[in-house]
Write a protein that binds this ligand. Structure first.
Ligand code: FES
Length: 143
């Protein structure tokens, strides 16, 4: 039979282990986040009209260029356009568009249309995001 002292000691010991495990799991979860923040290209480039708004329907994706910069575009709703570099973060191939994702033809990496996060294949880092906006009847990107 255990005394009240031992029960209390066991309870405190178990509580400490539980708290320590929770802290450890939280720390591990932070380090292994499956969807890292998408890096945004530094502000300061000029805004360029890349496409008429009518050419990118809601839910659609497309490619565009600013000089030699290849872009991927996705319009997620009436007022929101996302722009990313088309350079694959695995080994630099040109990423293309598919109905539900951006996809790299070289080794099969796939990326989220709205966040640019790597969601499959060998790429681990997200696509680089560019600021994008709808300005009247045009889509503009800052690059
Ligand atoms: S270069 Fe894109 S998956 Fe390898």
């Amino acid at each position: 039979m255990t005394s009240p002292c031992c029960d209390r000691r066991r309870f405190l010991h178990a509580s400490a282990l539980t708290a320590g495990s929770a802290a450890l799991l939280t720390a591990c979860g932070t380090d292994e986040s499956p969807e890292p923040a998408t890096p945004t290209r530094a502000e300061g480039g000029s805004w360029t009209e890349v496409m008429p708004l009518a050419d990118l329907e809601v839910g659609a994706s497309s490619t565009a260029e600013i000089g030699e910069t290849q872009l991927l575009l996705h319009r997620s709703d009436e007022d929101t356009v996302h722009a990313f570099s088309a350079v694959c973060t695995h080994e630099g191939c040109a990423v293309g568009t598919e109905p539900e994702r951006f996809a790299c033809p070289c080794h099969g990496s796939i990326f989220n249309l709205e966040t640019g996060a790597a969601e499959g294949g060998p790429a681990r880092d997200p696509l680089t995001r560019y600021p994008a906006e709808i300005d009247g009847e045009a889509i503009r990107v800052q690059a």
